[in-house]
Design a binder for this molecule. Structure first.
Ligand SMILES: Nc1ncnc2c1ncn2[C@@H]1O[C@H](COP(=O)(O)OP(=O)(O)OP(=O)(O)O)[C@@H](O)[C@H]1O
Length: 363
């Protein structure tokens, strides 16, 4: 196959590209330049803006012996992933930008360009596996449970399943990937892992949101409306958060309070007892369904994962309406701290069946 290998400059994608070559594919490497402010790049940073990363990607391609290009997708990244990130927080949700980057940038922009140029598939260093099933390719969890990235890949949609190569799906762990990088002579074997949010390399999400959304003082209230304190922007709070509420006194019964909800329309943050966080019904929107042979109606071995690296929760029943783009589940055991805006990924065992964005929860 003609394969376009997405090289981030990190160790995973370099090893993945080398594996694609070893598997006999005709491989070309591409690095996506994703920062619109490259002048702010700091040497040693591992955000999406690092110039070092492009250089590392180029060196890896040279060692592997494949042609290499840099594509400037900064505008697409800014207009989709970053814009969506800020808008979602403003709407009182907790977005996952890696999911949106996969959806908008890697499996839309990059994959579309790859197809237009005659490539059969895109290769990435994600830890997830494409398995040949009876009804066609299936997306499964990676062999390394700790690194598994199937959660952020479900959004690729059913067509891309046929056009993606994930050589690290059966990698036992990161140490093995690093040793492979060493064996292959790739200079990036000791490079640290990338940040959670690549466009916030200093990790200060609150500072980033303050810069984009300003400050907007409002009330911190109980579910009954009692005012307990003030905040400087509801977007600084996430459902399930306990620390940093700044409301001093605990509840009258001495138990800690948690963020239950943020209300953009009234600029309020609602806090309450931990049991109020438990939910057992979820509706997700913008659904994609990857499994043509499994509609999720049989609850055997059916789970949902509700955040990256979250523990899978068993499902009692699932209903989907793909025309309306919704997936609704009743959980077999309750889940806590489920935030709107996160992905709900549906698994049968290790297989990803579908995905949607959490829009509403209920008890
Ligand atoms: N800027 C980029 N240019 C090209 N491909 C990228 C870029 N960023 C990420 N990717 C692709 O997406 C995959 C997953 O990205 P992620 O940010 O999770 O990196 P990672 O798991 O740290 O992998 P790596 O060690 O390769 O950086 C990478 O392995 C790579 O194939």
């Amino acid at each position: 196959m003609r394969v376009l290998a997405a090289l981030s400059g990190g160790v995973d994608s370099a090893v993945a590209a080398a594996k694609a070559v070893e598997a006999g594919h005709d491989v070309v490497g591409v690095h996506m330049a994703l920062s619109s402010q490259p002048q702010e790049c700091r040497i040693g940073s591992r955000g999406c803006c690092s110039i070092e990363d492009a250089g590392d990607a180029a060196r890896a391609a040279e060692i592997i012996g494949i042609p290499f290009y840099v594509w400037d997708l900064a505008q697409e990244f800014e207009q989709t992933v970053i814009t969506d990130f800020v808008a979602q927080y403003k709407a009182g949700r907790t977005p996952n930008p890696c999911v949106r980057c996969n959806e908008f940038v890697k499996f839309r922009e990059l994959a579309t360009r790859a197809r237009a140029l005659g490539f059969d598939a895109v290769c990435t260093g994600h830890y997830a596996a494409i398995v040949d099933g009876e009804a066609g390719p299936e997306l499964h969890r990676g062999a390394d449970n700790l690194k598994d990235q199937s959660y952020v890949l479900a959004v690729m949609g059913p067509e891309e399943l046929h056009r993606v190569v994930l050589p690290l799906g059966d990698a036992p762990n990161k140490a093995w990937v690093r040793s492979e990088a060493e064996r292959l002579g790739l200079g990036v074997s000791n490079k640290p892992d990338s940040y959670d949010i690549c466009f916030i390399p200093d990790g200060d999400t609150q500072g980033f949101l303050r810069a984009h959304l300003g400050a907007s003082e409002g009330e911190i209230v109980t579910p009954d409306g009692e005012v307990l304190g003030r905040h400087e922007g509801y977007w600084n709070y996430t459902v399930g958060q306990r620390k940093g509420l700044g409301i001093g006194a605990p509840a009258p019964d001495g138990r800690p309070r948690y963020v239950l909800e943020t209300r953009p329309e009234t600029n309020q943050v609602v806090v309450g007892a931990s049991e109020l966080l438990s939910i057992s019904r979820i509706t997700a929107t913008d659904a994609v369904w990857l499994a043509s042979d499994d509609d999720g109606s049989d609850a055997t071995d059916l789970f949902v994962q509700l955040r990256a690296h979250g523990t899978p929760v068993p499902v009692a029943s699932l209903a989907r309406d793909l025309d309306a783009g919704t997936i609704s589940v009743v959980l077999a055991s309750s889940a806590r701290g489920v935030a709107r805006g996160q992905s709900m990924v549906v698994y049968r065992g290790t297989r990803v069946l579908g995905e949607g964005t959490i829009d509403a929860t209920g008890r």
